[in-house]
Design a protein around this ligand. Structure first.
Ligand SMILES: [Zn+2]
Length: 229
């Protein structure tokens, strides 16, 4: 192949890595497990009964459309993931989760459903982008303490639109399903109330089905945000 073609392929791969964040590399699919998920999700790798129970309990957080968007969940060990990664979702919506970190499904399922919306050419991405145009930087330090700001919840979410969405999904479900621990004080920060973009993004997640109606209302009440009718 000539140099131009090679450069185009390298540029395309780089772009995929940039927009993909933790979702950029091909998962190594595991053999299908004998155990079944109560939600009908295809399980791969060395799941035991306790893992399936935990995964199913975590999946229960989501509307059926989000669960249906997941092609498979593989249970994996460290050598399948990058450093500091607890999970990973490929654009085929196959998810890898680190053994012992099944709570990461709340983030990775956000990616899977986002990929599904892209596949059906939903206007979700365009609407979200209107709120965050030019604000992402894949090289930003993921622990950047200046966040939340600009309608973005965390430094990790500020790296790409894909991660921004998944961080919202993860944190909203964390707040909803673990209200007693209240370890998400960022929703109490004044920025969250003052900047309309936070509320606009929560409303988009509801509009496009990342959060069901009941959960949307409960979440708005919990964090004292005016809900839309
Ligand atoms: Zn991610």
């Amino acid at each position: 192949m000539n140099i131009t073609a090679l450069l185009i392929i390298v540029a395309a791969l780089l772009l995929l890595a940039l927009i993909g964040g933790c979702v950029a590399t091909q998962p190594k699919l595991q053999p299908i497990s004998d155990l079944k998920s109560a939600h009908g999700v295809v399980l791969r790798g060395p799941f035991n009964h306790q893992d399936v129970f935990e995964l199913d309990r975590n999946l229960m957080a989501f509307p059926p459309s989000v669960i249906k968007s997941i092609s498979s969940v593989s249970l994996v060990y460290y050598d399948y993931l990058g450093p500091n990664e607890a999970g990973h979702c490929h654009h085929t919506r196959d998810i890898c989760i680190l053994s012992g970190h099944l709570i990461a499904i709340w983030h990775e399922a956000g990616h899977a459903y986002h990929f599904y919306l892209r596949m059906i050419k939903s206007p979700f991405d365009r609407e979200w982008n209107e709120l965050s145009k030019g604000l992402y930087d894949p090289n930003r330090y993921s622990g950047d303490p200046t966040y939340p700001k600009d309608g973005i919840l965390s430094g990790y979410g500020s790296r790409t639109q894909m991660e921004d969405v998944a961080v919202y999904v993860e944190m909203i479900y964390h707040r909803l399903r673990m209200p007693a621990t209240d370890d998400m004080p960022l929703f109490s920060r004044p920025e969250f109330k003052k900047d309309f973009r936070f509320r606009a993004k929560v409303n988009l997640l509801r509009k496009y089905g990342f959060i069901g109606e009941g959960d949307y209302k409960t979440f708005c009440k919990l964090v004292r945000l005016d809900s839309e009718d």
